[in-house]
Ligand binder design. Structure first.
Ligand code: G3H
Ligand code: 13P
Ligand code: ZN
Length: 315
């Protein structure tokens, strides 16, 4: 299927506008109808462009047919500026499969490979994807590993600004994820004073002034959600995200896509724990899943307004 058949667009115009007007487009991960409905409701209420991100494991969880059926059911129109993106594609085949399904953007995540191999596979994906007008994101530098629940990852390496121009021109990718100190999951910082490496971001942006940059592992881990979780039987003691001030600062410096998954996981967990705690006799999933959807919608709206700056940017 062509992505235009689903009302989707690729990221080209979305990023051009984000760079010109100094904001970031949120890429929220989804994996069921509650997450998809929440993201779409927030996009529609705020008139924000949005990137719907699907990891390979989320694709497997939903099943390809169900996933694309849900996208069709969302009744997306091109002027809503919605892209469907494969998050952390691990191989050429994973990317081509997503393109065949109707994704409008793919990430090839080969950043753990040696530089030359990362170039080779990213170039191969870009060559193929561009034949279908699909956008390609690749990554230089590695984020701390995806945590197993609550450990700090250690295997990170910052992006080397000296590599960026060569990588982008050799691969012909459309956007680049850079590593400046963010990490996946809910345990990103040991204390509130840890700063992102804005010097690296500034250096990259100076060398490539109009090139779209992407921040992974950028959930802010809202304190009020952690509080609800911990007050209702959860145990997420040292959860800490990237501060909203630092994220906003990044949006002014060529970061035009900010990836958020953990914050919606927290909203779901908080709402379900609270709902069941307040009404232990309830066994109707639509009550607690409905509460989860509402809290995710509010979380997306808050972040679109207070972090991304993407409200009212669809025209
Ligand atoms: O960056 C990774 C995302 O949080 C996706 O995680 O593979 O568990 O869906 P997942
Ligand atoms: P978080 O774990 O910070 O939400 O990061 C999500 C992400 O980078 C998805 O690609
Ligand atoms: Zn990521």
């Amino acid at each position: 299927m062509k992505y235009s058949d689903f009302g989707l667009i690729n990221t080209h115009d979305i990023f051009t506008d984000a760079i010109a007007r100094n904001y970031a487009v949120p890429a929220f991960n989804f994996y069921n109808t509650e997450t998809l409905n929440a993201i779409m409701s927030a996009a529609r209420e705020t008139h924000s462009p949005v990137i719907l991100a699907v990891s390979e494991s989320a694709l497997k969880y939903m099943g390809a047919d169900m996933l694309m059926g849900m996208i069709r059911g969302a009744n997306i129109k091109p002027d809503e500026k919605i892209a469907l993106h494969l998050d952390h594609g691990s191989s050429f085949d994973a990317c081509t499969h997503a393109i065949e399904l109707g994704f409008s953007s793919v990430m090839i995540d080969a950043s753990k490979l040696p530089f030359a191999e990362n170039i080779e596979i990213s170039k191969q994906v870009a060559n193929h994807a561009h034949k279908f007008n699909v956008s390609v994101e690749a990554e230089l530098g590695t984020l701390a590993g995806i945590e197993d629940e609550n450990t700090f990852g250690t295997d990170s390496s910052y992006t080397n600004p000296d590599d960026v121009e060569k990588f982008v021109s050799a691969t012909n990718i459309d956007s680049l994820a850079i590593a400046i100190g963010t990490s996946h999951g809910a345990y990103k910082r040991k204390n509130d004073t840890e700063e992102l490496r804005f010097d690296i971001l500034a250096d990259v942006a100076k060398r490539m002034p109009n090139f779209p940059l992407v921040l992974h592992g950028a959930s802010s881990i809202p304190e009020h959600l952690i509080k609800i979780i911990n007050e209702n039987g959860g145990q997420m003691k040292n959860a800490r995200g990237i501060s909203t001030e630092q994220l906003r600062h990044a949006t002014k410096m060529n970061i035009c896509k900010i990836n958020v998954d953990s914050d919606l996981r927290l909203a779901t967990t908080a709402a379900i724990r609270q709902s069941l705690n307040e009404k232990p006799e309830n066994f109707n999933p639509r009550e607690y899943l409905g509460a989860a959807q509402r809290l995710m919608t509010q979380t997306c709206i808050d972040e679109i307004r207070n972090i991304m700056g993407s409200e009212n940017k669809i025209n």
